[in-house]
Design a protein around this ligand. Structure first.
Ligand SMILES: *Cc1c(COP(=O)(O)O)cnc(C)c1O
Length: 462
């Protein structure tokens, strides 16, 4: 063994302690440091080290060279995209995931799979799904959408008497995927799956909304020759609008379609009795996408894919090999997702659900919603800003009242990003900004700081 590596092995507890200190210091500093630090001058990449220098030296180099440049994305005023943090228990679970370093995909060494299945059961319960849905962990909502639509593709084959997983997507002929306001990852998934971005058909939304018009969807389905795929949206990223999932499911009485619901963060509405109606009918979906590294507040990268047709899922993703077991009634995870080897990513979710339960996570969701509302109200009171949509759940979509050009909004964003980070969008043709509340740390004090920072920035950039 290399001498430095042997020394690291001998000093492992001490090195873990040093790492723990670095972690605690970084988390302690989250509130005071810039949310997004100024970029600073570009630095040339360093060459690959030739000789071992050990973990302590790497810790020092990281602390000097990289840590100060990272954003406080784990903190309470990083409101860009839809970004969660990591609860204390989730963080502990994530550390232990690396410690145990399991490749949990086969019954030949099955404890990891069993832990994942227990966690899936808890998540199903959290989102009001029944055991008609099985679930698997994947790396994010994009991968969850891709997996759900891969199962949809196989279902289309079943209806048409062909087998895309054997014969290729071309065996299906032209496919139509109908959706009102789908997330960009849906088009990416369709590209990956060989159905093509062009298979996505935009169905009109309700007036002034991002929710699909069920009557228009009914007509679009009637115009579709053969079976279709419908992507329902439960929580759009701009205005967190929800399709009427029950109305969409009811269309199955007249049309044959696979119903995939992208509920990446909208599924968490189910945790709040006041908002649970938004996600009513989620259980009727044939496949469901839920992100966990957003509102469950587990570290990247974690999401779940639920489906009612695990048999079709195994047809798509089976990884037949002499050294792996047969498919059987409960296929190993290696036969169910795009990855073969993967980390025990369920453990962080297991930890946070075990530690805080339904009520603990309900409190996070309800506090974030209350913060979004308070932030929206603060901007509404300020003549410099106007909201572009009501605050339906946890996102505030707003713009400058006067002359809201993309350039002015970029200047505003950058002037404020030491205190609050928001991201740009275009809503109904108007350049805008979004503030998404999904971090477990965010409080009303953060809302006041964030609103104040934007107010000051708007004055400075006027
Ligand atoms: C975030 C998001 C996605 C993509 O999620 P990733 O985790 O970034 O892959 C898909 N759909 C919706 C509605 C989202 O909010």
């Amino acid at each position: 063994m290399d001498r430095t590596l042997a020394t690291d092995l001998a000093r492992l507890p001490e090195l873990l302690e040093a790492t723990r200190r670095a972690a605690a210091d970084a988390l302690e500093a989250l509130d005071a440091r810039p949310v997004v630090p100024p970029a600073g001058p570009p630095r040339a990449p360093e060459p690959l080290p030739e000789h071992a220098c050990g973990t302590e030296s790497a810790l020092t180099a990281f602390a000097e060279r990289w840590a100060p440049r990272l954003s406080a994305s784990a903190g309470p005023r990083y409101l860009g995209f839809v970004t969660g943090g990591a609860t204390p228990a989730a963080l502990a679970g994530d550390w232990l995931t690396a410690v145990h370093d399991q490749n949990s995909n086969s019954a030949l060494d099955g404890a990891g799979q069993d832990l994942e299945r227990e966690t899936i059961g808890w998540l199903r319960d959290l989102f009001g799904l029944t055991d008609a849905h099985t679930g698997t962990f994947v790396s994010g909502a994009t991968m969850s959408n891709t997996t759900g639509l891969a199962i949809a593709r196989e279902w289309l084959g079943e209806r048409l008497g062909v087998c895309p997983s054997e014969d290729g997507a071309a065996a299906l002929g032209p496919v139509r995927v109908l959706s009102g306001a789908p997330h960009s990852s849906i088009a990416k998934a369709l590209s990956v799956l060989g159905l093509g971005r062009g298979s996505l058909v935009a169905v009109p939304t309700l007036p002034g909304r991002e929710a699909v018009d069920p009557a228009a969807l009914d007509r679009a389905l009637a115009d579709t020759p053969g079976p279709a795929v419908v992507v329902a949206n439960a929580g759009t990223v701009n205005t967190v609008d929800f399709d009427d999932l029950r109305a969409i499911a009811a269309l199955r009485e007249r049309h044959a379609f696979w119903l995939h619901t992208d509920a990446a963060f909208g599924a968490f509405a189910a945790l709040s009795p006041e908002h649970a109606h938004l996600a009513d009918g989620l259980d009727a979906s044939d496949s469901v996408c839920v992100d966990l590294h957003k509102w469950l507040n587990v570290p990247y990268d974690s999401a779940v894919q639920f489906t009612r047709r695990q048999d079709l899922q195994a047809r798509v993703f089976q990884n037949a090999a002499a050294y792996l077991g047969p498919l059987g009634e409960h296929p190993d995870l290696v036969h169910l997702t795009p990855e073969n080897s993967h980390r025990l990513r369920a453990l962080a979710a297991w930890f946070t659900l075990r530690a805080y339960g339904r009520q603990g996570h309900r409190e996070i969701v309800e506090r974030d919603i209350a913060c979004a509302r308070a932030f929206g109200a603060a901007l509404e009171r300020d003549p410099a800003f106007r909201l572009l949509a009501p605050v339906r759940l946890n996102v505030v979509c707003f713009t400058l009242a006067e002359d809201p050009t993309a350039a002015r909004l970029a200047a505003l964003r950058e002037a404020a990003q030491g205190e609050v980070f928001v991201t740009p969008t275009v809503y109904a043709g108007t350049p805008a900004l979004r503030a998404a509340f999904s971090n477990w740390r965010t409080t009303r004090a953060d809302v006041r700081r964030a609103a104040q920072a934007l107010r000051t920035a708007a004055k400075g950039t006027a």
